[in-house]
Design a protein around this ligand. Structure first.
Ligand SMILES: [Zn+2]
Length: 135
């Protein structure tokens, strides 16, 4: 996910973890609907998921936020279209992140191989900084 999206989410959204499973996996409530900050609600069943599944669910809901989605007055077809768009954006973020990690790993190995960095952890940190500056 782009840094500006993360900054926006942290500034304008609230995350809730609800103790009871209400039969919904996760929900995004837009600010316009509730008259304040946007709300992401997740249910405790999220804890039983793998890290990849947790990331997928959270990114999907954030994608709804970024795309300005709302459940109000949607036909079934419109709802399905919103779900597809949220999943497409989530997929793009995952591909971007994988590309970022691939770059960092390659660059960190280069730094160690060339003797520019003798500690692999420092090489990784430096490669992350370089990758961040490229974006
Ligand atoms: Zn959705």
């Amino acid at each position: 996910m782009p840094k500006e999206v993360l900054d926006d989410v942290l500034e304008n959204c609230v995350f809730l973890m609800l103790g009871e499973d209400a039969g919904v996996r996760a929900a995004f409530l837009p600010a316009a609907l509730i008259g304040g900050k946007s709300v992401f609600a997740f249910y405790e069943m999220l804890y039983s998921k793998t890290a990849d599944e947790q990331n997928s669910m959270v990114l999907h809901e954030i994608a709804h936020y970024v795309l300005g989605h709302s459940d109000r007055g949607l036909s079934d077809a419109e709802y399905v279209k919103q779900e597809e768009k949220a999943n497409a954006l989530k997929g793009q973020w995952n591909r971007d992140y994988k590309e970022y990690l691939d770059y960092v790993e390659k660059r960190a190995n280069e730094l160690v191989d060339r003797g520019e960095c003798d500690d692999s952890s420092l090489a990784w940190d430096r490669a992350c900084q370089e990758a961040d500056e490229r974006l």
